[in-house]
Structure formats: structure tokens, C-alpha cells
Ligand binder design. Sequence first.
Ligand SMILES: Nc1ncnc2c1ncn2[C@@H]1O[C@H](COP(=O)(O)OP(=O)(O)OP(=O)(O)O)[C@@H](O)[C@H]1O
Ligand SMILES: [Mg+2]
Length: 294
Amino acid sequence: SKPIKKTPSKAEQPVVVESEVTKEELQATIEKLNFKLEQTNMQLDQFAHTTSHELQEPLRKIMIFSKILLQKEPKLKTQEVKKYLEKIESSSVRLRKLIEDMLNFARVTNYEKLLIKTDLNEILKCTLFDFELLIEEKKAKVITHKLPEIEAVPFQMSQLFYDIIHNALKFSKVDVAPVIEIASRKLTKKEMNSHANLDDKLSYYEITIQDNGIGFNQKYAEQIFTMFQRLSNGGEYPGTGIGLAICKKVVQNYHGEIFAEGLEDKGAVIHILLPVEQPKKLPDDIPTILKTWV
Ligand SMILES: Nc1ncnc2c1ncn2[C@@H]1O[C@H](COP(=O)(O)OP(=O)(O)OP(=O)(O)O)[C@@H](O)[C@H]1O
Ligand SMILES: [Mg+2]
């Protein structure tokens, strides 16, 4: 049977609105919204990663020092009791700071608002403080040199250092105490030119984190920055393969670059190129017509 044709009543007629938005403008808007979505996804990844990683070391310290106090308390001298209590207190303060920073970061929709002059020496000091136990357990030697002050979100720099130093401590050789060296230097314009993704209007520092661990074959140097990619020589070491992928996203967001050098059985060097200041214009100029959506 034939469908009955009926003239639509006035209310049913489609409303045609003259749109002033061109296809190109819409495309640009979609791209910008996608960028925002990607940023939000990145924050989520980082949020989950931080909870399972960065918060664990200070917590582990609190637990271990409390356990020592509980088990050995009658035999400990007042001085020693005081030392452990102070350690518990400082680790708790650090843990609270990490949670605060993480929540602040998760709440902002525009992370550029959190950008401040960040002394990387301070960030590194806190990271090494968090790894105090692991460094002691592994008998690791950490050599630090002067680092720059750059415009950044301190929490994200802390994440970078945490993941890379954690790897350097983790992927160590069974019978060799880890030696980790962290240094920095200013990049010359000429050196900048050999890295295609750097913004030539900014000035950059290179930060290197070198270790003497199991290393890797240079042919995997890019692969290790991919989400969930872990190399077989590191098979027996715990992890999920997220750390370096997050580092890469963070560094790219800062208009920087991160890359790795590996030598099997000799060690690895992670290079981070970061600008001293971020470009002033934000990638946020969404056409006014759509501003209310976001
Ligand atoms: N310093 C290093 N020395 C040797 N291999 C490394 C080093 N850093 C990273 N790798 C290799 O790169 C892989 C990816 O590193 P990534 O930090 O992303 O993951 P992970 O440490 O395995 O897990 P997660 O960081 O999520 O806990 C590692 O599994 C390891 O194979
Ligand atoms: Mg890791």
C-alpha cells in the first residue's frame, strides 16, 4: 500500500535558519573543541596515573616509618623516635601537597591559568625526597646539577621528573647500583633548528636524565613513548607502560620535545627540551558564536 502523503502543518515544517557560519569556521571550531577534549582526556590519564604512582611513594614512607616505630619502639632512643616521627610528618605534608596539586589541576579547565615561574631544582628536590626509600633500598647514587627556572605548572614538572627518575631507578641492573645524573644546559639557536617541533620564537633548555641501567636498543627509542608499550628486556619489572606516554604529552603541550637514547646493557638517557617561557597567545580563540557552549 502506498504511504499517505500529507502536507506538513505549519508546526511540523522544518525551521530554516540562515547561518552565517561557514564550513571552514565550523571545521576550525570542531578542531578547537577536539583540542579541548584531548586536553581533558590527558588530565584524566594523568589523574589516574598520579593516584597509582606519585602518591604511592610518600604513602609507602609513612607506612614503613610507622611500622619501624611500632615494632622497635621500646628499643629506640628518643632521638631516633623523633627522627622517624619527623619523617612521617614531612611525608604526610608532601602527600597532602600532591593531593592538593592534583585536585587543583583536575578542576581547572584552562591549565594555562596555573602556569607560574617554576624552579626545577625545587621540583627535583621534592621528587628525590619522595624516592628517599627506593634510593636507599637500591643503594642508588643521584648526581644533580643546576636546573633552570621555567614557566610551567609545577605539578606537571613533578610528574615528569617522577616518571623518568622512577624508570631510571626501576630499570637498573640486578648487580649494579644505579647511578643517575641529572643536568641541564641552554640550547643554541643552531641546535634548536635540528628539532622540527620547537617554536623558534622561544628559548629552550635541555634537561638530561642519564642512568646506568639495562638500557634498550636504540631502534625502540620512539616506541617507548607510545601508550602501553613496554620492552621485553624490562619484562620482569612492574609497570603498565603509561609513564613515558604521559611525559610526551606534557612536554608537547609545553611546545617542547622529549626523546631517548639507549644502549643495551649500558643505560639510557632521556632528553627533555622545554622553553623558558610559554607563548603568550592561548590556543583558545573559539569563535564568539560558540563561546557559550564551552
Ligand atoms: N631508564 C630506562 N632504561 C631502560 N628502559 C627503559 C627506561 N625507561 C623506560 N624504559 C622502557 O620503556 C618502557 C616504557 O616506559 P614507561 O615509563 O612508559 O612504562 P613502565 O615504566 O613500564 O610503566 P609505568 O611507567 O606505567 O609504570 C618501559 O617498559 C621500558 O621497557
Ligand atoms: Mg615508567
